[in-house]
Write a protein that binds this ligand. Structure first.
Ligand SMILES: [Mg+2]
Length: 116
């Protein structure tokens, strides 16, 4: 399968890409919302891992603007003061929430794979 990891934190992004690859999957990466939207429009993904707080369009804006019906897994350090969270919760494409920081990166990938 082919995945997209959109997160502005380099270490998280690279770790997730490597973890998907170690499970035999392809994985693209985007370091901000604009890059994520570009890749979503030009590629076919089975799921997107989407950070909420990113520069150049945040995860909320990416969800609003992406027209494709692709499963989305929100990866975020939920602080409780995110006013956009209710919108995200009401988007039927959002399959799960994965809280940062991750303890075991492969468990995150297996959690995603298990819900597809
Ligand atoms: Mg971030």
């Amino acid at each position: 399968m082919n995945f997209l990891v959109a997160d502005d934190e380099l270490l998280i992004r690279k770790s997730l890409v490597r973890a998907f690859q170690s499970r035999g999957h392809q994985c693209d990466e985007a370091q901000n919302g604009i890059e994520a939207l570009k890749k979503i429009s030009t590629n076919t993904y089975h799921a997107i891992l989407l950070d909420v707080i990113m520069p150049d369009k945040n995860g909320y804006e990416v969800l609003l603007e992406m027209k494709k019906n692709i499963p989305v897994f929100i990866i975020s350090a939920f602080t409780g003061d995110d006013t956009n969270i209710s919108y995200i919760q009401n988007d039927p494409r959002v399959k799960d929430y994965i809280a940062k920081p991750f303890e075991h990166i492969l468990e995150v990938v297996d959690q995603v794979l298990g819900k597809l």
